[in-house]
Ligand binder design. Structure first.
Ligand SMILES: [Cu+2]
Length: 228
């Protein structure tokens, strides 16, 4: 998860997020290339008198500096579109989780099991423990099996919310009267944090999302305990 002074992306906990981090770095390298070239040209322009009685036009350089940026844009667009369509795909999910945004908490429904649903409220500051993160931990964590494709259905009960887990590369709008769908698979065990990402009212900052990623057998144990 992110900590203070951490400006980069969180470590990817899903294959998609891993690819998104690679794409981010790829685009950053291209940006570095362009800023270097442009800075060099600006400094040269300032430091030299670029005048000539004989030079009236330069067809070659103008063609080059029109086509080169277009080619660079293709190198950004191709991997970007690849990721966009990969993220949109739902690959034969083994579990469906429905998240409903409320003012101001999330509630979850595991529709593959009977009567497995609960509300998830932020742990208030007075009840913090050594092991909990302020403004990020919830009283009921979502428990999910690692290494299995999961389908998320996201909706809201009152106003717009947004269900987000940065380390999974997932951000889906929660809209009243509409079911939005995304999918992911978590590649390692651990606790993943996220926050509502759509200004939804006074306590928008106090409805975090917490996922506990566990091996499949622990998940089954949890399910049987919850449905008792
Ligand atoms: Cu919200």
């Amino acid at each position: 998860m992110t900590t203070w002074l951490n400006m980069s992306l969180q470590d990817g906990a899903s294959p998609i997020m891993e690819q998104l981090v690679f794409f981010h770095d790829h685009v950053l390298m291209i940006m570095l290339m362009i800023t270097t070239t442009v800075s060099y040209m600006m400094i040269t322009l300032i430091r030299n008198k670029q005048t000539s009685r004989f030079m009236l036009e330069g067809q070659m350089i103008e063609t080059t500096w029109t086509i080169a940026p277009a080619i660079i844009l293709v190198f950004i667009a191709m991997p970007s579109l690849r990721l966009l369509y990969l993220m949109d795909e739902v690959h034969n999910p083994s579990l469906t989780l429905k998240a409903v945004g409320h003012q101001w908490y999330w509630s979850y429904e595991y529709s593959d099991f009977t009567k497995l649903e609960f509300d998830s409220y932020m742990i208030p500051q007075e009840e913090q423990q050594e092991s909990t993160f302020r403004l990020l931990d919830t009283d009921n964590r979502i428990v999910l099996p690692m290494n299995s494709p999961i389908r998320m259905i996201v909706t809201a009960a009152d106003v717009l919310h947004s269900w987000t887990i940065p380390s999974l590369g997932v951000k889906t709008d929660a809209t009243p009267g509409r079911l939005n769908q995304t999918s992911f698979s978590i590649s390692r065990p651990g606790i993943l944090y996220g926050q509502c990402s759509e200004i939804c009212g006074a306590k928008h900052s106090f409805m975090p999302i917490t996922i506990e990623s566990v091996p499949a057998k622990y998940f089954i144990n949890w399910v049987s305990k919850m449905s008792e």
